[in-house]
Design a protein around this ligand. Structure first.
Ligand SMILES: Cc1ncc(COP(=O)(O)O)c(C=O)c1O
Length: 386
């Protein structure tokens, strides 16, 4: 395999690349070396200090992580809550609305399940979830959201990038439409943050949730919630925890005094090992630079898209790299069988219903894309006839 010195350096962080062609980064980027080192540091602190580690290290790391996330988003520190996962963040947001006044929540049929579930679960409190449907199963035209939002709409909750198509939504335009009609915009940005430059203040969104599993390279256990300063200060979530109050270490059981800004959306004791891994992933992203990541995503994913189209695959993601992230989806009626066949030959991909999903990251190479295409070619006939 011919790879440049630069690519070699990038790949050295990911030992998995020695053995496998890893193309499942939009699900979970493998643990980088520095993430492993930080988790080992956490284990040493726990072993040697026990509870003292909270005060000597862990609370500081937790607040530093909040700062890292704020920097990545272009947010202020108090606009960021650290969450255990995106679902917890959405449950907190869903608990803030007065559904008697405005019952409608709009979600798209391309959204990740939890974006709908968080609001379907508050139906007994009056929420009515309405789904807008993508005409091409790839994109969601703004006009369809616009038509669905009315004076009874509390919020639109939708993805910045759809997990089965990689399509990048214009969240700034959507925020303008929502605000014109008096609704909030909640964005699930799990598939976008870390994949391309984004400034949350410039976008105008009210809430945004995301996590570190994917392009941020920080693994499971850490997610985040952004709430714009004015939105956060006005919010009174009913899903709460003692870390979300103004002074958790006052140990006041009798009063609920919401934490500053988005902190009020936090719950209880965080998973500290995950904080260490998350900070390492974000550090790595900042070293590489999000512009480099974006350039590599476009280059590598376009090779896959062009190659797959040449082989006759039906490609579900947008074919123009500007319109999508590094998510490439190919239709196959036995996607599980196809993904297993690829795995048996050392290429790791994933399935979503009826789709093979391939997602390179910046450390992958064009040679690896060609290897994946070589293995995909014989599976193509089965895609048509299975
Ligand atoms: C768009 C999107 N939202 C949410 C999630 C996951 O949510 P949670 O952190 O609650 O597991 C994923 C993927 O795992 C995703 O792709």
């Amino acid at each position: 395999m011919s790879i440049s010195a630069q690519e070699r350096t990038w790949r050295d962080e990911f030992p998995i690349t020695r053995d496998l062609v890893y193309l499942n980064n939009c699900s979970l980027t493998p643990l980088p070396r520095r993430g492993r080192e930080r988790i080992e540091r956490f284990a040493r602190e726990w072993t040697e200090l026990g509870g003292r580690a909270w005060y000597d290290h862990w609370i500081g790391e937790y607040e530093a992580l909040r700062g890292d996330i704020a920097r990545v988003l272009g947010a202020d520190v108090d606009e960021v809550a650290v969450e255990p996962n995106v679902s917890a963040g959405l449950v907190g947001i869903a608990s803030t609305f007065d559904y008697a006044k405005r019952p409608k929540i709009i979600v798209s049929d391309l959204d990740f399940p939890t974006d709908g579930h968080a609001f379907l679960a508050v139906a007994p409190r009056g929420a009515q979830v309405e789904f807008v449907r993508s005409p091409d199963r790839v994109r969601m035209p703004l006009e369809l959201f616009e038509r669905a939002i009315d004076e009874r709409t509390a919020a639109v909750c939708t993805g910045h990038v759809y997990f089965t198509t990689g399509w990048i939504q214009d969240v700034k335009a959507l925020a303008e439409i929502c605000h014109r009609k008096g609704a909030r915009l909640i964005v699930d940005a799990y598939q976008s943050i870390g994949a391309f430059a984004f400034d949350v203040h410039a976008s105008g969104v009210d809430y945004l949730v995301g996590g570190t599993l994917k392009w941020l390279m920080g693994g499971p256990g850490i997610a985040f919630l952004y709430a714009r300063r004015d939105v956060a200060e006005a919010a009174r979530p009913s899903a709460v925890g003692w870390w979300g109050v103004a002074d958790p270490f006052a140990f006041d059981v009798e009063h609920l005094d919401p934490g500053k800004g988005a902190r009020r959306f936090e719950y209880g004791t965080p998973a500290v090992a995950a904080i260490y891994a998350a900070r390492a992933g974000i550090e790595l992203l900042e070293e590489i630079g999000v512009a480099t990541v974006r350039q590599r995503h476009m280059l590598l994913s376009q090779r896959l898209v062009d190659g797959a189209r040449d082989q006759g695959w039906t490609v579900r993601c947008p074919t123009n790299a500007q319109e999508r992230t590094a998510i490439v989806t190919l239709e196959h009626s036995d996607a599980h069988g196809a993904v297993d066949a690829l795995r048996a030959r050392g290429v790791i991909s994933d399935t979503r219903p009826g789709l093979i999903r391939l997602s390179p990251h910046y450390f992958n190479t064009l040679d690896e894309m060609d290897r994946a295409l070589e293995l995909l070619a014989p599976l193509r006939a089965a895609a048509a006839t299975a």
